[in-house]
Design a binder for this molecule. Structure first.
Ligand code: PEP
Length: 262
């Protein structure tokens, strides 16, 4: 199966509506339609609606950065997956900023993944260890726990469709941004695919898309995309810069082209 390379830009809590619209305009100018590359933009919740009117759907899809796991009710200040159905194709769930700053625990992440799937929005589930956990040799156990709980209420075909982003917390720019060695990342991504195989079988494991995230930019992306188990990247800081983000998409395109797989 020839999966499309997936490039996701997480804009986090940056840019008001007009700034976001300007960035999208610049990205439209620079990024071409590529059959084998899927580009996803995750703006703030406020900006999803206006961008959904502006976006060229042949080039981009939209993702939400979060949502609440109940479909409707008296939950002041929250937005449900049900409300996002027409706006977002994907949703980022379990990002380390949400786990650490907003205390989202394993059970809440599991409920959010289930709510996304129930509402037809594809989860981009983020998993990854802190620096402390890595140094204590707990990476594998942590990845196991995060995956086992988050995928608990799904079927194998739900899992096939979803995306898992391996984001070592210490490599994310917010938490230090140390560059992870692709050779180390390769082992952890292989472990993640193996975990999915153990839980849901070989077919789900070969189909689920696994991304790498952690201070990726146009200069470093190639090293990660060369990893056998890597189906794309989740980009934070560099996605706010249209030169860098379109450079990442170009690098992915060149790699597909070089492999005769344009
Ligand atoms: C992220 O927050 O998901 C991320 C990968 O951020 P950055 O690229 O800035 O490290």
């Amino acid at each position: 199966m020839n999966k499309r390379t997936l490039i996701v830009g997480n804009w986090k809590m940056h840019m008001n509506t007009s700034q976001a619209s300007m960035l999208l305009h610049r990205l439209h100018e620079r990024i071409k339609i590529h059959r084998n590359i899927e580009v996803v933009l995750a703006p703030s919740m406020l900006v999803l609606q206006p961008l959904s009117m502006q976006i060229d759907r042949r080039k981009f899809r939209l993702a939400a950065q979060n949502a609440y796991h109940k479909d409707e009710g008296a939950f002041t200040g929250e937005v449900s997956f049900t409300m996002l159905q027409d706006l977002a194709h994907y949703v980022i769930i379990g990002h380390s900023e949400r786990r650490l700053y907003f205390h989202e625990d394993l059970d809440l992440v599991r409920d959010k993944v289930a709510a996304a799937v129930r509402n037809g929005i594809m989860p981009i589930l983020c998993v990854g260890e802190t620096d402390h956990e890595r140094k204590a040799g707990e990476t594998r156990q942590l990845l196991h726990d995060q995956l086992t709980t988050a995928l608990a209420n799904l079927t194998a075909s739900d899992v096939e469709e979803m995306v898992i982003a391996y984001e070592p917390v210490w490599a994310i720019s917010t938490f230090g941004g140390q560059l992870a060695k692709p050779s180390d990342v390769a082992k952890d991504m292989e472990f993640i695919r193996k975990q999915v195989a153990d839980l849901y079988g070989k077919r789900a494991a070969s189909r689920v898309r696994i991304l790498y995230g952690g201070s990726v930019d146009d200069q470093t992306v190639r090293g990660y995309l060369e990893i056998e188990d890597c189906d794309g990247v989740l980009v934070g800081g560099a996605s706010l810069n249209y030169h860098k983000f379109s450079g990442i998409v170009d690098a992915a395109y060149r790699m597909r082209h070089e492999s005769g797989d344009e």
